[in-house]
Ligand binder design. Structure first.
Ligand SMILES: Cc1cc2nc3c(=O)[nH]c(=O)nc-3n(C[C@H](O)[C@H](O)[C@H](O)COP(=O)(O)O)c2cc1C
Length: 358
């Protein structure tokens, strides 16, 4: 545990601490975006261009930061997105992340290529969702869904922006290779013969890369859990996901890791919100780095956001306590930003707050 994490001034501090601790190739793998990183930069630039017009004399001296999402109460409008192979930065990996997320009172989404199982994550008590990539073998999909239900996951998240993995120049230049002991236990006993499951590269070979909308429809029918679609940028795709029974969509360009020319997720958000027209919650991730960013996303119509790399850095720098400290900092920043905007709760941060985009 890093005592410095108690003194975080902003989430950027967690990245600086992680960078000092991690081998440089590991740092590069996590930081990297597709191509030369233009989508990563676009995600941040989109927030920097936005403004809000705060309302004064709102006669409030405190705000509550909690929200309700899919029937579950969260302490703040921030969830943890699926990020694979967390044992590359912490010996306990996703279990350490889960403890920190649980302490902070929110939901953790477990990656399809998590280095700990959904059951191990759930045993910490954290409410969780399980992210899936569809596999070519239907029996494997059924196996993953059964795990999600058995672990008590409250939703499955289908990531749809990865028919192929993005080419990330920084990671390629750094020559990063995964440690051989980091495996995917979700497939233990069904793929390969090791007791700990196959290497992530083996899982990659089994993915169905040519799935269409009928796969979403089939998943909704089969899952027995709400299905959230992650990686939507086009309004027409959001509308179609709604019509096929999705319980939510996540506007995301995968943290800029897939298509380098992809639109910034915040820039894509308003049109998606219009297309969904209140039928299901619209979440956003990509470049959210502060409480102000969260309020900007809410004002633009997001029901909640997910914060990725800063929590990976916090896990690397301070384990569970680091994750809890980063989420608590974010909660305090959100409370302050809402109060300064005259909003007593996240739900009060709506389009009326929107100022000019520079
Ligand atoms: C190291 C790393 C691993 C990731 N692994 C996955 C994954 O397994 N599945 C997935 O849907 N998204 C994955 N993502 C994308 C995140 O879920 C999320 O969309 C992104 O990190 C949000 O952007 P941000 O990092 O700017 O907050 C990963 C991102 C990073 C940085």
């Amino acid at each position: 545990v890093s005592p410095q994490l108690d003194g975080l001034i902003d989430l950027g501090d967690a990245e600086r601490l992680a960078r000092e601790r991690l081998p440089s190739a590991t740092y590069e793998f996590i930081a990297a975006g597709a191509g030369d990183g233009r989508a990563v930069a676009a995600n941040r630039a989109a927030f920097a261009r936005r403004t809000v017009i705060p309302r004064v004399l709102a006669a409030i001296d405190r705000v509550q930061t909690g929200i309700e999402l899919l029937g579950r109460r969260l302490a703040l409008p921030v969830l943890v997105p699926p990020m694979g192979m967390q044992r590359i930065v912490d010996p306990e990996g996703e279990v350490a992340m889960a403890r920190g997320v649980h302490a902070a009172g929110t939901v953790m989404c477990v990656s399809a290529v998590a280095s700990r199982s959904a059951a191990e994550v759930a045993a910490t008590g954290v409410p969780s969702w399980l992210q899936l990539y569809l596999m070519r073998d239907p029996a494997l999909n059924a196996h993953l869904l059964a795990q999600a239900r058995a672990a008590g996951c409250e939703a499955v998240v289908l990531t749809v922006d990865g028919p192929v993995t993005g080419r990330r120049n920084r990671a390629l230049r750094a020559g990063y290779t995964l440690p051989p002991d980091v495996t995917v236990p979700a497939f233990a006993g069904v793929v390969g013969d090791g007791p700990d499951g196959p290497a992530p590269a083996v899982v990659d070979e089994l993915l169905a890369s040519d799935i269409g909308w009928s796969a979403l429809e089939a998943l909704v029918a089969q899952a027995g859990l709400p299905v959230i679609v992650k990686g939507i940028l086009a309004p027409a795709d959001a509308a179609r996901a709604c019509e096929l029974g999705a319980a939510g969509v996540i506007v995301s360009n995968h943290g800029g890791r897939q298509l380098d020319a992809a639109v910034a997720s915040l820039d894509a958000l308003p049109a998606v919100v219009d297309a969904v027209a209140g039928r299901i919650p619209v979440l956003l991730d990509g470049g959210v780095r502060s409480g102000t960013d969260v309020v900007i996303a809410l004002a633009n119509g997001a029901a909640a956001v997910l914060v990725g790399r800063p929590l990976y850095w916090s896990l690397a720098a301070g384990g569970s306590d680091g994750v809890a400290a980063a989420l608590e900092l974010l909660r305090a920043e959100i409370a302050q930003a809402l109060l300064l905007c005259g909003c007593p709760s996240p739900g009060a941060a709506g389009p009326a707050l929107l100022g000019p985009t520079y």
